[in-house]
Design a binder for this molecule. Structure first.
Ligand SMILES: Cc1cc2nc3c(=O)[nH]c(=O)nc-3n(C[C@H](O)[C@H](O)[C@H](O)COP(=O)(O)O)c2cc1C
Length: 245
């Protein structure tokens, strides 16, 4: 089934809602390497990511102006600093001494998680696998090993262009973390939040000379299975990231 056919069937009803818009430090990299513990699947060990850069060279207006959904990526690898920066833009802690994040969240309940599906030789020094980002401490943990890009693309209605991207970011929602306060309306809020995170990723990529795509057409349970993540973490958006071909 093509993406167009899929959208026609109405599976992307939430797309309009989530459409709301909401030079790296080398010493940081060395620090990350020093602090890295042994990364073993299922969260055994956390790796401290390099600190994010808080001042870029490209204006916000230019990033908005040049942002486009890209569906063709080069096989060129990304650096750990680039991965760190894009994860920070997605869900990094931005409140000094606090817990608030780069993207807004209804009631500051943060029902979202961001996973990175990384291919073979796609991000320097990281074995291929599925990684979970923890905002507190700005760390990564390994969920499962292996280059699952093709199976992720197949689970996304055979949008095989996704498998070319060195990094696929998967944004998930755990609805119970927000419905506990807002009831069923919390589901809507989580979907809106996914849109904000997605746009942050898009704009951060633009500011770093990278490009991103965005995918909402996928089989939820297959994506969860491919990623080896909890069933309660429901995938809402996938953003393939890399250099444009
Ligand atoms: C919620 C959502 C889901 C989307 N799903 C897909 C998808 O599965 N595959 C795809 O190729 N593009 C997908 N897109 C991208 C749109 O097709 C794209 O944003 C639109 O064509 C406008 O182009 P632009 O993003 O370059 O401005 C999606 C966009 C949104 C907001």
């Amino acid at each position: 089934m093509s993406y167009t056919e899929f959208t026609r069937r109405g599976f992307l009803k939430f797309a309009g809602v989530v459409g709301l818009y909401g030079s790296f430090l080398v010493p940081g990299k060395l620090l990350a390497m020093e602090k890295r513990g042994p990364l073993t699947p299922r969260g055994g060990g956390k790796m401290k990511l390099p600190d994010p850069v808080l001042d870029g060279e490209v204006s916000l207006e230019r990033t908005i102006h040049t942002r486009r959904t890209v569906r063709s990526f080069r096989s060129r690898a990304l650096s750990l600093e680039q991965l760190s920066q894009v994860l920070w833009a997605a869900q990094g802690i931005t409140e000094t001494g606090g817990f608030k994040r780069a993207a807004p969240s209804a009631g500051a309940l943060y029902p979202m998680d961001v996973y990175g599906l990384i291919g073979k030789e796609c991000i320097e020094e990281l074995t291929p696998g599925v990684y979970h980002y923890t905002p507190t401490g700005h760390t990564l943990s390994l969920i499962q090993e292996g280059d699952a890009r093709r199976t992720l693309a197949e689970a996304s209605l055979w949008q095989m262009w996704m498998a070319e991207a060195p990094l696929n970011l998967v944004i998930t929602a755990e609805y119970s973390r927000i419905t506990i306060k807002y009831g069923q309306r919390g589901v809507r809020y989580a979907m809106i939040e996914a849109g904000h995170i997605g746009q942050n990723i898009f704009l951060q990529c633009q500011a770093m000379g990278l490009e991103a795509g965005i995918v909402g057409a996928f089989d939820d349970s297959k994506v969860t299975q491919v990623m080896g993540i909890k069933k309660t973490h429901e995938p809402l958006l996938i953003l393939p990231v890399g250099y444009v071909r």
